[in-house]
Design a binder for this molecule. Sequence first.
Ligand SMILES: O=C(O)C1=C[C@@H](OP(=O)(O)O)[C@@H](O)[C@H](O)C1
Ligand SMILES: C=C(OP(=O)(O)O)C(=O)O
Length: 458
Amino acid sequence: MSAAPHAAPAPLAARPSGPLAGRARIPGDKSISHRALLFGLLAIGETSVTGLLEGEDVLRTADAVRALGGVAERLGEGEWRVVGVGIGGLQQPAGVLDFGNAGTGSRLTMGVAASHPITATFDGDASLRKRPMRRIVDPLVRMGAEVVSEAEGGRLPLTIRGPRETAPIVYETPVPSAQIKSAVLLAGLNAPGKTTVIEQEASRDHTERLLRHFGAEVVVEPHGQHGRRITLTGQPELRAAPIAVPADPSSAAFPLVAALIVPGSDIVLDNVMVNPLRTGLFATLREMGADIEELNAREEGGETVADLRVRAGTLRGVDVPAERAPSMIDEYPVLAVAAAFASGETRMRGLHELRVKESDRLQAVADGLAAAGVGVRIEGDDLIVTGGNGEVRGGGTAATHLDHRIAMAFLVLGLAARAGMRVDDGTMIATSFPTFVPLMRELGGDIDAGLQGGGAGA
Ligand SMILES: O=C(O)C1=C[C@@H](OP(=O)(O)O)[C@@H](O)[C@H](O)C1
Ligand SMILES: C=C(OP(=O)(O)O)C(=O)O
């Protein structure tokens, strides 16, 4: 079996731009979107979802929901209906579940499928095939699942068969990971008795919130200094419940940092989720001196959302503690870009998990910054960026390695660097933020295919 060939790479270029201005609507949160579809599948009745992220990653999860017997139907922009089969009711999928580039979709669905007496094969693109899956499979095997086949090192393509009866477990995650936690809890839904996940550092809690929203019993207790102990009572009847997906703070991060580093910018990003387990970037940028105002904070669909007003200004380097990583794990590439424009050094600690994302992000960020003329080094698991105090040369090309966040981060850099910046491939941006380029252009950012003369890499 070979991974589906990747569409032809499409380079993009960003050029130095005038002040960014206006309001923007960021697409729905990717984490909640995957979960909305999977909870819809496991519930009895019809779940209506608004604001669903229609990025490629989430559309793969919608395909998987259908393959497992549910209905996932698009009614309008971001508006979906999901008809569930109920816990225990999954059907045997007819073919391979191909998750493309999506770690979250594949891993959460593995937890769902492997707790049912069905056999499911998971596959993905060249990036997903490199990512570790044993971290998910190990606890699922303890719950009774069996690995029928896997690629070397416990990678995709991987076939897993669920037991007739799933066993509840107490599981301490080896690394802080909402994907591991969620896979175990989702499997625990079909286990009699209590399934407990212990994490040393609290990771995003959307699964716990949605479990409650759908009627399951979940107890969350503090564990150690930064951790949590989450206990789920298995085999509840999940009742379909409407889900309004708020805007994704991990996507908002890109126009937000762009507005901080392009002089004179003043923008508003509407309806962004500000769950404290997701906003480590905002806290860090504020420590760096960023002007980010939360306007009109309100509760929507079980999450706090706010409109973010962001104004350009000078930034100073900071030391980012390792324990903050889970609350901003996907934001380091764009934080590193902000750090390149700050004064002084920024040290980002404890980034080992960045090595196993869509690319080795620690290396990809360091290489891209070096190509842009930025002083950068890796020391163990730390990334250290020497800021140019508002001045970055740019003019290079960042290699994106099938990684959407690397592509968007370096396009943001190009908007404020003297000579702009190119990225070798922008196609993966569609996995999480399909409207990124038009949205940035609407705000005044000069991003295009980079074919005309002048500026980045021309
Ligand atoms: O649970 C989730 O929705 C996610 C968890 C994080 O991964 P890890 O669980 O591997 O840290 C994050 O990087 C990913 O983009 C989304
Ligand atoms: C790590 C990411 O996603 P996933 O693990 O779902 O591929 C991300 O979106 O940055």
